[in-house]
Design a protein. Structure first.
Length: 452
């Protein structure tokens, strides 16, 4: 069996990692990970033929020579290799998680810090038990800061990811209603996300001294304040809208639909203004988190503002798309009750001639699905917009449960599938409107965009 230390010496010679034979890099290390429907051990020979220097496998049947490195479990080995590599790095690693806003906040933090440092950050949303180790293994001696996003849909997952990334600094964006099925309810979500705070009570990394750590907390979020207080965290840095203890405070001064903020460095008392390419009032605290981290790492206000102003969302999260006839708010990468509520609230507050809601089903709600879809539907019905379109079997079921108010329900449109909605929108096109499109990734609502 190949040990982690032996594999690490090979990694130093071949630092590129491949897990997909369709994208093998010449001289890379191929890790034969198992999936629900495949066993990549069967592709090991193909990886070597495609140019991989070595293939890491856990089935001896596929060990065809010296280039095939046998281990007990490929996934565990990948995680152990990343954990070992992290222990060799002497740089700040910012670990962040949360129910909503993780990826946007990660991108904003990276945009700010990269104005001054050479950074490495999670690509896209590769934030799970595979993505985090792969990201850690892309950090080399030239990097000065890393920003690692950590996602989870069940308890103990953040604990595992922290053991791999070993963050020196941490941030939870918020705790809300998402992945309720996996977490076992809202309290389970709170406990699962809180594993990031737990990590800072007992840091594992010899490279991370207590005095060098910090946790960034939104002082406007009572849940996060309570979670941090229960753990008596040290070296807490606050940000928010109006608390004197905040390192940075700020407020929205424009949302039409792009956001402009006024912010203050409370340590110096200096005030600044920054325009963004983001929409959604709910992004205020995500932006303030990035400004605060930039301030904490001693970037100038000019560098911080340049990072914020230059960030252009391209990931279907709070992304504005202007067409010939409409303005689209594309926020259909994912959805849960918490993010639905703030997105609906935001469009309700926008100054627009005509406003349309297009909402798709929320996935992974478990036993709470019916209640949560009904709640989101009621929020939509209570919000002043000109047209509402609901897509998905769960929203249709919620409408049927509310049939004691047919006069309200009948004014809106319901489609069981996205295909049904596409047909309906082709027959009744929407023009001259600001349109929020939001739903879970599995609804694939991006298919609607070309209709507007």
């Amino acid at each position: 069996m190949t040990t982690t230390q032996q594999l690490y010496q090979l990694y130093l010679q071949h630092p590129a990692i491949s897990t997909d034979t369709r994208r093998i890099g010449t001289g890379s290390l191929f890790f034969a990970l198992k999936g629900d429907k495949f066993d990549a051990n069967t592709f090991a020979a193909k990886a070597i033929e495609a140019g991989a220097a070595y293939a890491v496998i856990d089935n001896p049947e596929y060990q065809l020579g010296d280039k095939y490195l046998l281990v007990a479990d490929v996934l565990t080995t990948l995680q152990d290799l990343a954990r070992y590599h992290r222990r060799q790095l002497n740089i700040p690693v910012i670990g962040l998680t949360g129910t909503n806003g993780k990826t946007t906040t990660k991108e904003l933090i990276n945009a700010v810090l990269s104005q001054h440092f050479k950074t490495q950050a999670t690509q896209g949303n590769l934030n799970n038990h595979i993505g985090v180790p792969l990201t850690i293994l892309t950090i080399d001696a030239s990097h000065q800061v890393a920003v690692i996003e950590m996602g989870a849909n069940h308890q103990k997952e953040i604990e595992l990811l922290c053991s791999i990334a070993q963050p020196s600094h941490g941030l939870i964006t918020n705790v809300g209603k998402a992945h309720l099925e996996g977490f076992g309810g809202v309290e389970g979500v709170k406990k699962g996300k809180g594993e990031l705070y737990d990590y800072f009570l007992e840091s594992e990394s010899p490279k991370v001294r207590k005095s060098d750590t910090a946790v960034f907390i939104n002082s406007d979020d009572n849940t996060l304040i309570e979670m941090a207080g229960a753990r008596q965290l040290h070296n807490v840095v606050y940000y928010g809208t109006n608390t004197v203890d905040d390192l940075v405070s700020g407020e929205l001064i424009e949302n039409s639909p792009l956001l402009t903020l006024a912010w203050t460095n409370n340590k110096t008392g200096d005030n600044y203004k920054v325009k963004t390419q983001l929409t959604g009032a709910y992004n205020l605290h995500n932006i303030l988190a990035a400004i605060t981290i930039g301030t904490y790492f001693k970037l100038s206000a000019e560098e911080i503002n340049a990072g914020i102003e230059g960030y252009q969302p391209t990931n279907n999260r709070s992304q504005i798309v202007k067409t010939a006839t409409n303005t689209l708010i594309c926020d259909y990468y994912n959805a849960n009750p918490s993010s639905m509520f703030v997105a609906i609230e935001n469009i309700g507050k926008l100054d627009a001639n005509r406003k349309v809601l297009i909402l798709g089903d929320m996935f992974e709600m478990g036993p709470e699905s019916a209640v949560e879809h009904t709640s989101v539907m009621q929020k939509a019905l209570d919000t002043a917009v000109d047209e509402r379109i609901f897509i998905g079997k769960d929203f249709v079921a919620a409408a049927q449960s509310m049939d004691h108010r047919p006069s309200t329900i009948d004014k809106n449109q319901f489609y069981v599938t996205a295909e049904d909605a596409i047909a309906g929108l082709k027959a009744n096109p929407i023009t001259g409107s600001t349109i929020l499109i939001k739903g879970s990734r599995g609804m694939a609502l991006e298919r609607l965009v070309e209709l507007f």
